[in-house]
Design a protein around this ligand. Structure first.
Ligand code: URA
Length: 241
């Protein structure tokens, strides 16, 4: 593997940033400075960046049922609990594939595979993300229809979404609606409902492509198997054809 790719794969820097590190003479292989970008790394080679050895970890993939009150990042400067803290025995440097809000529960994938992450979150690949929302107000086909055409949030139109009205409770003046989208913009589902006059008061992601949360209680996680990973990858690849 070429040296810049090796550094990028290890999660140290992007390929371009890795090239800069190499050109600056900050990278060594087996103790020797390399400045040639075409240099390849062989198995057993020891690569160091600014004197620190780096390792290419095995790629790992986890599925987490995120509970409420946990943030979707790797670390938090305010010391709040993160989704990575919920998988304490994982030694690889995993991070969440996209984000769920602090108060959103449900399906979250964590991995150390950057290419897989890009595939899963790029709207071009149209991977279904299914959310179950409890909203204040009475959902009707009429007030939800704009979501199927796209609504403008933060100055940009959303891609067409699908909805399914699960329950309407006139006494409590609230409804439960399932919404399927392909994008992952900031607070997207909450903002989409808000744009049609319905305020989300509970939100959960129930499906991501071919995955659901069967067998996982809030806070529980498990490794994805090879078949599940390739099914997700195939969803993305088939869309690109
Ligand atoms: N949309 C939201 O509004 N919040 C989430 O956590 C995920 C999608």
């Amino acid at each position: 593997m070429r040296i810049n790719k090796y550094i990028a794969h290890a999660g140290i820097a992007s390929r371009r940033k890795a090239e800069e590190l190499i050109k600056k003479g900050l990278v060594t292989i087996n103790g020797k400075v390399v400045t040639e970008l075409a240099t390849t790394v062989k198995s057993g080679d020891i690569v160091e960046v600014e004197g620190t050895p780096i390792y290419n970890e095995e790629k790992v993939y986890y599925l987490l049922n995120k509970p409420r009150g946990v943030i979707s990042s790797v670390s938090d400067d305010k010391g709040r609990k993160t989704v990575v803290d919920l998988l304490p025995n994982v030694t690889e440097r995993i991070y969440p594939v996209g984000r769920l809000d602090w108060d959103t529960t449900g399906l979250l994938i964590l991995t150390n595979d950057g290419d897989f992450t890009d595939e899963m979150i790029h709207p071009r690949n149209e991977i279904d993300k299914v959310y179950l929302a409890r909203v204040k107000g009475l959902a009707t086909k009429e007030n939800l229809r704009p979501l199927t055409r796209g609504v403008v949030i933060d100055g940009k139109k959303t891609k067409p979404a699908r909805y399914n009205i699960i329950k309407v409770d006139p006494e409590k003046n609230r409804s439960v609606v399932e919404l399927t989208i392909h994008e992952g913009r900031n607070h997207q589902v909450k903002k989409m409902f808000e744009s049609v006059g319905l305020l989300v008061d509970k939100l959960s992601r129930t499906q991501f492509g071919t995955l659901d949360l069967a067998g996982l209680r809030p806070g529980e996680s498990r490794r994805l198997n090879k078949k599940e990973i390739s099914q997700l990858h195939n969803l993305a690849v088939n869309k690109q054809k």
